[in-house]
Write a protein of this length. Structure first.
Length: 573
């Protein structure tokens, strides 16, 4: 695996500053004891039946990160055992997402379909050893016979078929002599097991569909539980990391490998990521896309990795988020505010500051020369002086935010109002002297005066102002489109709702046209990130933005609710 520069590590191989968790402790103990000869081989095994979401990012960072930390390797293996839902588009998107997050699998790219021939032979071996049989119950009957959590299942009348008959029927399944659902291959374990997973689970089923890689070679396909453990075994995986929903399946994982007497990796379960105000179920994400509720898998409101990428999130911020939430044994809900905090921290250090006015209000500075334009100096990033400065034009007519003016302001409104003075960022003090309205009474323009003695600083006479506004000179303004995003759902945990779509946020997207932006943004490169002063962090959309026609997605606002939460918690404690 290509790991790039090695971090400085502690004696246990863990990078300095990274907190331990129970999986790291298991791996470090295994290395110390010589288990697996000190090897660490993990895998990330996505199903190519949809785009990856932020929950997958946690698994990607964990699996690839552990392999990097302990100088092992991580395989990318596609669990392509269900041709009904899989296609090449999803395969390509998964590769792009993993690489974007900063990881590489080198030549260790695999597919479960690579092993179909060997998996078939393993199935035959289980039949020959009396550990599997072909069942002719219907799918509904199999469910009925399985029993419940409180009642044991009952054995299929076909359970005691002879080895020879099951071998013959399994071959006929392979040759396409049965319809879908007419029969399946089941493991012969224990229909009274307290673990329902162990009640003669299905190992193979019929799917009369073309596969994206094997085309029409097969009409029977292995179930996930059968293919997964054996793929791990064949690839020499040491630590097979799964989310908690597979905890009950571990017994079957171990059973299959033991009955076949093959190399045996260790399955370890960890808590999946649940993120507030969104859903991380592929079924529901597919419904959002196919139902037209969002504009595709990479809609910036989607919790997919491609959605976060198009929103403007950085790979570093998502890796930081995954490290901060840690690895636990119990599921919990993570506040979206933490993810937003991570991207703010990253962009605060790296994003160039600019000025943009999203809802413009025209301001005429009456005592400023009509035909004059001067150049002011603006700081590109106060956190990084090496980013330098830029020139910003200033002229008689400027635009400010409509929300920065109130004709009859309340007590704590310190921005512009009639007779009040404010500072223009990098420029002058201005005072509002008149309000111009249209025929309907709406405010269309402000008349102001400026103090030429206050350029870039305080007033010589010591007078103070309580507010500094951003602005754009009308003479050099670039018009652009800006998209503002809010939570996709109005409730914290829509997954708990029977009808999650009833809580879809109808105001999750606002598109603003005619935004006035400083000239620096006219040729903003697609994919470039900026801080619009006072407004938030913005991303030049890599699909829609073009030179002279900028389109920006707001990544996140400047207000950091997570930092506020943490500060409050510290005060309480």
């Amino acid at each position: 695996m290509n790991t790039g520069n090695r971090e400085k590590t502690e004696g246990n191989g863990r990078p300095e500053g990274e907190k331990s968790h129970f999986i790291r402790q298991i791996i470090e103990a295994d290395i110390a004891s010589g288990k697996y000869s000190g090897r660490v081989v993990t895998r990330f095994p996505p199903e190519p039946n949809g785009y990856l979401h932020i929950g997958h990012a946690k698994s990607i960072c964990l699996n690839f990160g552990l392999a990097r930390q302990y100088r092992g390797r991580c395989h990318l293996r596609f669990d392509d055992t269900n041709p009904m839902k899989e296609n090449v588009e999803y395969v390509d998107s998964i590769k792009e997402d993993v690489r974007w997050l900063g990881f590489d699998w080198d030549d260790h790219e695999y597919f479960a379909s690579d092993y179909f021939d060997r998996l078939y032979e393993y199935a035959l071996e289980l039949i020959r050893s009396g550990n599997a049989y072909v069942d002719s119950l219907s799918p509904d009957q199999i469910r009925e016979y399985r029993g419940t959590l409180s009642e044991p299942g009952k054995e299929s009348p076909y359970r005691n078929r002879s080895v020879e008959e099951s071998l013959e029927l399994f071959e006929k399944m392979r040759q396409g002599e049965f319809a879908e659902g007419e029969c399946v291959l089941r493991a012969k374990i224990d229909m009274s097991s307290p673990n329902i997973v162990m009640r003669d689970p299905t190992l193979y089923r019929i799917r009369r569909m073309s596969h994206h890689r094997t085309v029409d070679k097969w009409c029977i396909y292995p179930m996930y539980d059968f293919a997964h453990c054996l793929s791990d075994s064949m690839e020499g995986i040491t630590h097979s990391l799964c989310t908690l929903e597979f905890e009950n399946n571990r017994e079957l994982y171990d059973w299959i490998l033991a009955k076949l007497d093959v190399y045996h990796p260790q399955q370890i379960e960890f808590a999946r990521l649940n993120l507030s105000n969104t859903v991380l179920s592929k079924r529901r994400l597919i419904h959002l896309v196919e139902g037209g509720y969002v504009d595709g898998w990479d809609d910036p409101r989607m919790p997919t990795i491609s959605g976060f990428r198009r929103r403007g999130y950085t790979p570093a911020s998502i890796r930081d988020f995954c490290e901060r939430i840690g690895v636990a044994r119990r599921d919990s809900m993570v506040d979206l505010a933490l993810l937003e905090h991570c991207v703010r921290e990253d962009l605060n250090k790296n994003a160039m500051r600019v000025m943009g006015v999203l809802r413009p209000l025209k301001v005429v500075i009456e005592n400023y020369p009509e035909d004059e334009t001067e150049t002011l100096t603006a700081i590109n990033n106060p956190e990084d002086q090496s980013m330098g400065t830029r020139d910003v034009p200033f002229s008689r007519v400027i635009y400010i935010e409509r929300g920065d003016f109130m004709e009859d302001p309340p007590k704590k409104f310190f921005r512009l109002a009639p007779g009040r003075e404010v500072r223009l960022r990098y420029a002058y003090f201005i005072r509002c002297t008149d309000v111009i309205r249209d025929e309907s009474g709406g405010i269309v323009e402000l008349r102001c005066t400026y103090d030429p003695e206050t350029r870039g600083g305080d007033a010589p006479d010591g007078r103070k102002v309580k507010s500094t506004l951003h602005w754009v000179a009308a003479s050099h303004a670039v018009q652009g489109t800006v998209r503002l995003y809010d939570h996709l759902f109005t409730v914290e945990n829509p997954a708990e709702k029977k009808d999650a779509m009833a809580f879809l946020n109808q105001e999750s997207l606002e598109v603003l046209t005619g935004c006035m932006l400083e000239p620096e943004l006219e040729h903003a490169a697609a994919g470039q990130r900026y801080q619009f002063e006072r407004l938030g962090y913005f991303y030049a959309d890599h699909k829609d933005s073009a030179p002279g026609r900028p389109v920006f997605n707001r990544i996140v606002t400047l207000r950091d609710t997570w930092a506020k939460i943490q500060k409050t918690q510290k005060k309480i404690s």
